[in-house]
Ligand binder design. Structure first.
Ligand SMILES: [Zn+2]
Length: 291
């Protein structure tokens, strides 16, 4: 089966055709295409929606997909595929009945899940299906999800919202309206802000950015510790674009963590494909109330 998959973030919409032979074997899923377009979030809801529809239409028409699977930033109700909350990173998304919109537009079975949940599902079933994993995804923001072993339904995956725990009283203003949220310190956006440039590899290689790097490690370590204390996972998986350059920083970071964290930490394996693969796996194997 061919599934049209998109992953909607605040900056880009990734899209891919995922070919599935055995639904339960995510290791056997293959990506037929993989491409990006800008989300153009600053242009407002209708523009984002038009870009989403265009991405899906292109996949469905070119490849004859039989199903649509979406992962998106924002809090998504697992059973209905409706966005119950989104920050200004996706204007107009709070209350958006995303699944119904896509299903009605394309007349294909459709599922919509949160992007951190999708990444967590993919990393869990790819890496450690019998374990209990917290997956942190560093991108424009900081996504976080817990996946437990068992049937893949809303009881099995939990959006943890660790991106919005307060790390610094009176810190940077977050898109959620609070100040000092973790995602203002532990995200690709934070690294860019603190180093003043778009090429984050320099933060890890140029001594000029030693302070930005040390702060980033310290803040990320604190988020990992909260995850371990609150959710007792077997593994804490860190994913997102920053992990694609892990050889520049991973070992240094892990060395600064406590013993429990050192045992639990592992880098994500699926890089920026985790969102689309997790959406595809959930569409094939997830149990939903109404999507
Ligand atoms: Zn926040």
């Amino acid at each position: 089966m061919k599934i049209a998959c998109i992953d909607v973030g605040g900056t880009t919409i990734k899209s891919a055709v995922v070919n599935v032979e055995n639904p339960k074997d995510i290791n056997g899923y293959s990506l037929g295409t993989f491409s990006f377009v800008p989300t153009e979030a600053a242009k407002g809801f209708e523009k984002i929606r038009a870009n989403i529809h265009a991405s899906i239409a292109s996949l469905v028409q070119k490849h004859g997909c039989e199903r649509i699977a979406v992962s998106t930033a924002g809090t998504v109700d697992w059973d209905s595929g409706k966005v119950t909350y989104a920050t200004d990173a996706l204007p107009g998304f709070t209350g958006y009945d995303f699944c119904r919109d896509v299903r009605d537009t394309f007349s294909l079975p459709s599922t919509v899940i949160n992007d951190a949940t999708a990444a967590a599902v993919a990393e869990h079933y790819y890496g450690n299906p019998e374990g209990r994993d917290v997956v942190l995804t560093l991108g424009t923001g900081l996504g976080s999800a817990l996946v437990k072993p068992g049937i893949l339904d809303k009881g099995c995956v939990e959006d943890l919202h660790l991106g919005h725990i307060i790390l610094h009283e009176d810190g940077f203003l977050c898109k959620c309206g609070k100040r000092g949220c973790a995602e203002q310190y532990v995200s690709a956006s934070a690294l860019k802000r603190d180093s003043g440039q778009n090429d984050i590899t320099r933060v890890f290689t140029d001594a000029k950015f030693a302070k930005a790097k040390a702060d980033f490690f310290d803040n990320m370590r604190r988020v990992v510790e909260v995850a371990i204390d609150k959710y007792a996972p077997d593994d804490v998986v860190i994913g997102g674009g920053v992990v694609e350059i892990k050889k520049l920083w991973w070992n240094d970071f892990v060395a600064q963590c406590g013993e429990r964290a050192q045992k639990a930490l592992r880098p994500a394996k699926l890089a920026n494909k985790a969102g689309v693969l997790g959406a595809a796996y959930s569409a094939m194997c997830g149990k939903f109330g109404n999507q």
